[in-house]
Design a protein around this ligand. Structure first.
Ligand SMILES: C[S@@+](CC[C@H](N)C(=O)[O-])C[C@H]1O[C@@H](n2cnc3c(N)ncnc32)[C@H](O)[C@@H]1O
Length: 232
């Protein structure tokens, strides 16, 4: 692995430590929409990946979802814990320091839903993303929903800066993996892919995909064919 990819954890930890609410304090538009979608589906337990400083985690907890918010930056995790404490929501929001390149630290079928805003498009190679996707499938309950967003190959920044192959580029020390639709389809393995929507965010504007997919529900075993009544 290239050193720039290895150094991302320290780089993010420093970036989040040096600026409170780097992405703003208000919840993102995808998080507001995802919260309603998850609640409408009856979700209670939510896993959030790459939660940053918790702007979306707080929103989910306020809307009544029990959230496990993961990030590999210790400063981000500390910020989320402080916000949960200040809001009196520690019973609804637990922040965990974890690198999503590793297996998720949860038992099978622990969550009703999984959300991530711009985590899959971090410095994770395609094989690592496939492994992460399989992990999300494992920790979701049957019928569980996943909503994730990623910067797409149509993003104005795609191709700028130093390229590491696999559609990954580094600019200002941050590595981004830009997604084409083929990669979205590849990561839908084992899921029912429900929706892929293009949207824009910020002043650039960034161009992203919002992907919604579902772990198939367990099907009831087919009923045995009934014998027809009558003479034998
Ligand atoms: C673009 S920021 C988005 C933060 C947050 N989702 C938001 O929208 O406010 C990406 C976040 O992912 C985290 N991150 C990047 N790679 C990660 C990894 N391999 N495991 C866990 N977190 C990671 C970074 O520390 C950062 O907080």
């Amino acid at each position: 692995m290239h050193d720039a990819l290895r150094g991302q954890r320290a780089h993010w930890a420093e970036a989040l430590a040096s600026r409170a609410d780097r992405f703003g304090s208000a919840p993102s538009a995808p998080a507001r929409a995802a919260a309603e979608r998850f609640l409408a589906a009856g979700a209670r337990d939510l896993l959030e990946l790459g939660a940053g400083q918790g702007r979306d985690s707080l929103h989910f907890a306020r809307r009544g979802l029990r959230v496990a918010a993961l990030d590999f930056a210790a400063s981000g995790v500390a910020a989320i814990r402080a916000k949960a404490r200040a809001a009196g929501l520690e019973h609804m929001l637990a922040a965990v320091e974890h690198d999503c390149a590793e297996a998720l630290p949860f038992a099978d079928a622990s969550f009703d839903a999984c959300y991530s805003h711009m985590l899959y498009c971090m410095a994770l190679s395609t094989p690592r993303l496939e492994a992460l996707s399989a992990e999300v499938l494992r920790v979701l309950r049957p019928g569980g929903l996943q909503i994730y967003t990623v910067r797409s190959t149509a993003d104005p920044d795609c191709g700028a800066g130093t390229s590491y192959g696999d559609d990954m580029c580094e600019a200002n020390g941050f590595v981004v993996h830009y997604f084409g639709r083929d990669l979205v389809k590849r990561l839908a393995r084992g899921f029912d892919l429900l929706d892929v929507t293009e949207f824009e965010e910020g002043d650039l504007p960034r161009r992203l995909f919002r992907v919604t997919q579902r772990k198939p529900a367990v099907r009831a075993p087919a009923a045995a064919p009934r014998r027809r009544a009558g003479r034998r």
